[in-house]
Design a protein around this ligand. Sequence first.
Ligand code: FES
Ligand code: MG
Length: 572
Amino acid sequence: MSDEQDRGLARGLTNYGDRDFSVYLRNSFAASMGYSREVLKKPIVGIANSFSGFNNCHRHFPEMVEHVKRGVLLAGGLPIEFPTISLGEVFLSPTSLKFRNLMSMDTEEMVRAQPMDAVVLMGGCDKTVPAQLMGAASADLPAVQLIGGPMMTSRYGEERLGACTDCRRFWGKYRAGEVSTEQINDIEGRLATTTGTCAVMGTASTMACIAETLGMALPGTAAIPAVHADRLRAAEASGMAAARMVQNPIRPSEIITEKSVENALRVLLSLGGSTNAIIHLTAIAGRLGIRIGLDRLNQLSDETPVLVNLKPVGSHYMEDFFFAGGVGAVLRELKPLLHLDTISVTGERLGDRLEQDPGYVDRRVIATAEEPLEPQGGLVALFGNLAPRGAILKRSAADSSLFETEGRAVVFTSLEDLAARIDDPDLDIQADDVMVLQNAGPRSASGMPEAGYLPIPRKLSSKGVKDMIRISDARMSGTAFGTIILHVAPEAAVGGTLALVRTGDRIRLSVKDKRVELLVDDAELDRRRAEWTPDLVPPEERRGYDRLYASEVLQADEGCDFAFLQPIGSKD
Ligand code: FES
Ligand code: MG
């Protein structure tokens, strides 16, 4: 067999002694799919297509994949599409995060096991892009991330609607009795009216911007709306780029470096982006042994301004961000803070990209570094006895009048307890209390759902209370807002201090000092710890993926990845 034939289809072939026989067998089975011998000599670009009927955000992938294929063909490669599992955010129980690691394993193993020289990863919805980047980082084959792109906005009367910040805004009004049942049913049909990911700077869009900043997606492609023709051109260009990488391989490990991860954190902070993205970026970087602690996040946050005026923090939508200049415009403003010698899948240095003409930038949507929306980053890590390994507050989405306060804890011990009592008219709660939710972290039965956005109890919301301090080991949707402290580590289910809080305790928050403290003395905490028993089904009594998850998932500060997926030597 010639070297030419060894390319592509012969890649990764297991040699049982008669290698040529194995190539011949593969060729004949490939021929059964209609491929000629000539075509099989081309470099093979796999296309990981996460289309699913259970993923509304990826509805356009059947069209988009045709454009990826054309790009691969035009650059002289052979495109071969393959499916991976997909994660449609709202259709997965108990929470999509639980399956992110599963999708990353599927992606990694299929990229490695099947004969391909490079891969295009088609993702979009919240957990899909991090899953694909985690898998690609571990497989370390040349890979291009193709983002699905955001939805367009819709209308309700004079109001512009975009999933899902406006979903929450109207639901809040409905709970407060300001919107009728008829109206909320009408709004339900208008919140999400095109394919694509949520229309605001939620987790999906934040991760898209991170993928572009890391260099794993083509420059300028993160924010293109899903239904815009530029999205199809980006698909074509991504296919071409992947095929070209076969000649000049650049591996994810050359692109995702400590420097590019820091750049991505800067962009996350300047976007006022999703809290979930910290977990995801930590997990992606962790696959390559890169660890950027929450202390470093705070340093970066203190010196990185918020520049992007998008919901849920600001007032615009993703389509506005695209037309305003997108990620490129943000990177240009942040240039003095960035590492400019990072590279993208094209091989281009970030510094060289930023030399180019920025084009039109709409300053209503993307502020200048000289006149930022906020002088400091949108996210901050808090420490203290309640969160020894850290917790996250999205300060850009919070009420700053609550930043230096002390209040009485009102504790909900589980999601079930929360659901049972939150709207009880007899619930003993005031607007200046601190709501605490326990047992909603990664090892809990619920698997760390987006439950950290505890609803304001109806007895208070009906009196006009819009925000309260809420603390949990859960996550929050990237489209939500409020003074909400999340990702408390260690979580309650493994005996973190959070598990020891009782209704009536005092809790002090100081965003200035980056502290969240339970004002209970150590002797009392030790006494409570001695009495504490985990509210948890042990892994041995669970089965299948659920068992794997329960025994392997790491805490939030380690990205909620599985311990056994870390690089060898970095984790026991
Ligand atoms: Fe897919 Fe929001 S549901 S991005
Ligand atoms: Mg989301």
